[in-house]
Design a binder for this molecule. Structure first.
Ligand SMILES: [Zn+2]
Length: 207
């Protein structure tokens, strides 16, 4: 068993180049939005805002341009290890597709290899690729699980995501501290004992 923290930091350093045409089109739309909400997009504090937001959105949604299967395949190794591999506390920052507001928290991922392992950082990268798209937490959980299951074909995959949604916290019911937990399991993790071992390991303070 093996666990690491904050492995996905690398995933955020990747892109700082932006497509000029998309940036300029997006900026024009954001200037219009500022006008429609009653602001003056020409005033000092705001005149560069449309372009900044255009770039921020491309950064936050860069996952569309990445292929999570390729990321896993770039580091697959034959190995006889058949115990649970856990990567816990992977930070996630995603955007709710219903309100275009962030949701963020942690993902915990485990798999039991069946002859093939992958680099631990690749698991965190896969989480990041799916998170950097418009999402709902349920689908994010499922996509991570399916991608790892189909690519590595392990004996089982488990994914748990705990997240806070700004669309719940800032608007609507204003439940400030509520955390939404989603989970999904395949194969060996369908067995209660295996699933319990995983849950205990991600719940413990030791990592
Ligand atoms: Zn929402």
């Amino acid at each position: 068993m093996c666990s690491i923290k904050h492995e996905n930091a690398k995933g955020y350093e990747r892109i700082d180049q932006f497509n000029e045409e998309i940036t300029s089109d997006l900026s024009a739309h954001y200037a219009k939005i500022l006008e429609l909400i009653g602001e003056n997009p020409e005033r000092d504090g705001l005149n560069k805002t449309p372009e900044r937001v255009a770039k921020a959105m491309q950064f936050l949604l860069q996952g569309y341009k990445m292929d999570p299967v390729e990321i896993l395949k770039s580091a697959m190794f034959k190995e006889d290890y058949r115990q649970m591999v856990i990567v816990k506390d992977i930070e996630i920052y995603s955007m709710c597709e219903h309100h275009l507001l962030p949701f963020f928290g942690k993902a915990h991922v485990a798999y039991i290899p069946n002859g093939t392992i992958t680099g631990l950082s690749k698991i965190a990268r896969v989480v990041d690729v799916f998170a950097r798209r418009l999402q709902v937490q349920e689908r994010l959980t499922l996509q991570i699980k399916e991608c790892i299951q189909e690519t590595l074909q392990p004996l089982g995959v488990a994914v748990v995501i705990e997240a806070q949604h700004l669309c719940m916290q800032m608007r609507g019911i204003q439940k400030q501290y509520s955390i939404t937990t989603t989970s999904d399991f395949t194969g060996a993790f369908q067995k209660e004992a295996t699933r319990e071992e995983f849950i205990n390991l991600i719940s413990s303070k030791l990592s």
